[in-house]
Design a protein around this ligand. Structure first.
Ligand code: COA
Length: 220
């Protein structure tokens, strides 16, 4: 070993590479649904769309959370560091292209991001996909995720560009994970409150994760 550790995001990314390779060879198409259910959306899209390379990117370095009340920034463009528990990947290491239209709404204390909602133009060509909603453990339970999601949606026009999210068992925090039924009920509340229609996810995903949810706004 050369001193590199296998982090949880790197393991998840390794899974996506293997699953993509298998599906490219037409082997086990059901594995695509496995990837959709068991990989965080942000990790899956980051590897698939070449925003992040788990092999070459150094292990994540997370900032400690400073004292103070967070301020929500609908579109993050400042030079910041990220606290642990905010997203499955260190957002500052993503190399997106303008066409990806990645957008981050962030809750910031001083220059540290303590919460984030991340979305990007869907790879399928229409609409926007919410890839991650996360808040550092110390700031949870005070309405921050709700405020960020509301600000994120308000910064787009869902009527022109529908937004969607799929929340599976994979959307969990690596540092202080909540029980899945709790996460599902928080996700349902969050998305409904922001105006999304929430329903069970597609059958192929639910075959693997029966509690998986899909949330949409601006469609039909
Ligand atoms: C999910 C997460 C983003 C919520 O962040 P948060 O800032 O604590 O959420 P909020 O305080 O805005 O609460 C949103 C709703 O969930 C409810 N809620 C929050 N924490 C809860 C808990 N532990 N148990 C039950 N309900 C809870 C709130 O009451 C609120 O519902 P309301 O509108 O009816 O009052 C945060 O817990 C997190 O980062 N978890 C790790 C990532 C994750 O699990 N993501 C999956 C869900 S998208």
């Amino acid at each position: 070993m050369n001193g590199r550790h296998l982090t949880a995001p790197a393991v998840a990314a390794g899974m996506v590479v293997v699953l993509s390779a298998l599906s490219a060879f037409g082997i086990f198409p059901a594995l695509v649904a496995v990837g959709a259910a068991l990989l965080p959306a942000l990790v899956r899209e980051a590897v698939r769309r070449d925003w992040w390379d788990p092999v070459t990117v150094p292990d994540p370095r997370y900032a400690s959370v400073p004292a103070g009340a967070p301020t929500v920034h609908p579109r993050l463009d400042a030079d910041v560091s990220i606290a642990a528990g905010v997203a499955a990947l260190p957002l500052t290491s993503l190399r997106t292209r303008p066409g990806d239209r990645l957008s981050v709404t962030a809750a910031v204390v001083q220059d540290v991001v303590v919460g984030a909602v991340v979305s990007a133009a869907s790879a399928a060509g229409h609409g926007r996909q919410i890839l991650s909603v996360g808040v550092a453990p110390v700031h949870r339970g005070h309405g921050l995720a709700a405020a960020m999601l509301e600000a994120h949606v308000a910064s787009f026009r869902p009527a022109d560009e529908p937004m969607s999210a799929t929340v599976t068992v994979a959307e969990r925090d690596w540092v202080d994970p909540q029980e899945q039924s709790v996460r599902v009920s928080i996700a349902r509340r969050l998305f409904q409150r922001a105006g999304f229609t929430v329903r069970p996810a597609d059958g192929s995903v639910r075959a693997i994760d029966p509690l998986a949810l899909a949330a949409v706004i601006g469609q039909g």
